[in-house]
Design a binder for this molecule. Structure first.
Ligand code: HEC
Ligand code: HEC
Length: 213
């Protein structure tokens, strides 16, 4: 049986710059099944802290870009669903408070837990991420910039982003999605640790040629 593998990240050894001599050999990260995350320790071999930070975010972005997450972080007014990011069926819109409109409130269908009989996913306070937190169609680098920008992250400090990633209940749902939905890779605990390590290494963002700001 073939196990699909997460893209083996190949990182160029940081060749430029003066100071301490560094290996020029590319560092190849351990391959992991697509359902798993690399742990923080897998990145210890990257001596340059900016490069390590970027690589840690790259790993965390395997969660951020997973359909379980971006379906609720759409770039428009309609949630997505499924693995192919189809528009939400039945048709619903975010409304002024990201909780739907009268007669079609998110909470009229989505409860505080998954409903096995009807397939309706649920978690406490189910509602859409505000439009400034739109991730669909964006690169990991662009999402990284957004996460650091208080105007686009709900006014959060980096410490609050770490806390949200590690403990928020809507984030947690990504690993308990119910029905036959594919969970986000790894565990929320691992994801929280990657985000924390990204912040500790300076919260550097992956290069983002198209949308750099
Ligand atoms: C009329 C009932 C109804 C309303 C109202 C509703 N939903 Fe849903 N929603 C569903 C059902 C049913 C599914 C599951 C579809 C399936 O997987 O078969 C779903 C799935 C989803 C998913 C997809 C999960 C995934 O990753 O596949 C998201 C995200 C979502 N809804 C968000 C919302 C938001 C946000 C609102 C309010 C703006 C909302 N929904 C309003 C019934 C509803
Ligand atoms: C049911 C909808 C929903 C799902 C599913 C969801 N989110 Fe969110 N997300 C939100 C809402 C709403 C906010 C805004 C909350 C706030 O500001 O306190 C948010 C905010 C965030 C933030 C904070 C700041 C920012 O800039 O966006 C992060 C980080 C985040 N989500 C990560 C995730 C991850 C990772 C997953 C998947 C494992 C996920 N979310 C799944 C609705 C969702």
């Amino acid at each position: 049986m073939q196990v699909p593998l997460a893209i083996g990240l190949v990182l160029a050894g940081s060749a430029c710059g003066g100071g301490t001599p560094r290996s020029h050999a590319p560092l190849v990260l351990r391959e992991v099944p697509i359902t798993e995350l690399r742990s923080v320790g897998d990145f210890a071999g990257i001596t340059d802290s900016t490069a390590r930070s970027q690589a840690l975010f790259g790993e965390a972005s395997r969660v951020l870009l997973h359909p379980r997450c971006i379906n609720c972080h759409p770039a428009g007014d309609v949630p997505h669903q499924g693995m192919q990011l189809q528009l939400h069926d039945p048709p619903v819109v975010r409304g002024a408070d990201n909780r739907g409109v009268a007669g079609m409130q998110c909470a009229s269908c989505h409860q505080d837990r998954n409903q096995p009989m009807t397939r309706v996913p649920g978690a406490p306070n189910w509602h859409l991420a505000p439009i400034e937190m739109a991730w669909v169609g964006r690169s990991a680098g662009a999402i990284c910039d957004q996460l650091k920008d208080p105007k686009r992250n709900g006014g959060k400090t980096l410490a609050q982003i770490v806390e949200h990633s590690a403990h928020d209940e809507l984030v947690a749902w990504g690993w308990q999605p119910g029905a036959d939905r594919e969970p986000a890779p790894g565990t929320q605990q691992q994801f929280g640790a990657l985000v924390a390590a990204w912040v500790e290494t300076g919260a550097a963002c992956p290069d983002n040629p198209q949308e750099s700001r």
